[in-house]
Design a protein around this ligand. Structure first.
Ligand SMILES: Nc1ncnc2c1ncn2[C@@H]1O[C@H](COP(=O)(O)OP(=O)(O)OP(=O)(O)O)[C@@H](O)[C@H]1O
Length: 228
């Protein structure tokens, strides 16, 4: 069986810029968890964009579920992303005037694959995830802009998890939370990923979270200007 993620001699540079990322080799098994850290500007978000097929490697290859993303057309990559990935953004990127429930089920609109994997209907699955992430049912019909940051973050996590994507990517999703809420959120996220077998790639600046992950990737600052 192919691993969830395989990186082989990856290099990436933004156009007209020096190399930003160099990764000889990395594999993550199905359901695995990886913590990515590194100084600001070291390319953490860029690497997540490469894993999601939003950018393509300058050299080397990235395979998700055995699929080399560079071999897909832009449209096929969009489809692959919608079908197999869930993404939790730093700023959540929720649709502010849609209800909590509609935000969660919005991840199913562009993926027949995710719709097919639902064990119950979309509403029931959204409810299961929101309950699992401990978001009170009294909030489910409310527009998300009326929720606290911590509550919005759980909505973003439920949206990423619905349809059981093989890979959930999280880009600093805890940066707006205090330490207690951060730990509680991670525990809930791990619990849901385990329950449905989703792997997790998680970027954070928070050293307190690193020990919770079995694998850690530390990105160096390739572009650093040497000190005078
Ligand atoms: N769309 C883009 N076009 C050109 N350069 C970019 C683009 N996006 C990011 N960069 C550059 O790539 C470098 C790495 O950015 P990136 O956001 O990946 O770093 P990061 O490690 O996630 O940083 P932070 O921890 O501050 O979020 C930066 O120098 C940034 O200016």
């Amino acid at each position: 069986m192919s691993p969830l993620l395989r990186i082989d001699t990856l290099e990436f540079a933004w156009p007209g810029r020096p190399p930003l990322l160099r990764l000889p080799r990395l594999e993550l098994e199905a359901g695995g968890r990886l913590f990515i850290k590194g100084p600001s500007g070291s390319g953490k978000s860029t690497l997540l964009g490469l894993l999601a097929g939003i950018q393509l490697p300058s050299q080397g290859r990235i395979e998700i579920l055995g699929q080399d993303l560079s071999r897909l057309s832009g449209r096929a990559r969009d489809r692959f992303r919608a079908d197999h990935l869930g993404y939790i953004f730093q700023q959540f990127n929720l649709l502010p005037f849609l209800s909590v429930r509609d935000n969660v089920t919005s991840a199913l609109i562009f993926s027949r694959h995710k719709r097919r994997r639902l064990q119950a209907g979309a509403e029931r699955e959204a409810a299961r995830l929101l309950e699992g992430l401990q978001l009170p049912a009294t909030l489910w019909q409310q527009p998300v802009h009326q929720l606290s940051i911590g509550q919005q973050q759980r909505v973003a996590a439920a949206r990423a998890l619905i349809g059981r994507p093989e890979l959930v990517i999280a880009d600093e999703p805890t940066s707006a939370l205090d330490a207690d809420n951060r730990a509680a959120f991670i525990e809930l996220l791990f619990g849901e990923c385990d329950r449905q077998g989703s792997g997790l790639v998680f970027v954070s600046h928070d050293p307190g979270l690193e020990p919770l992950f079995p694998r850690v990737l530390s990105l160096p600052q390739l572009n650093e200007v040497p000190p005078c």
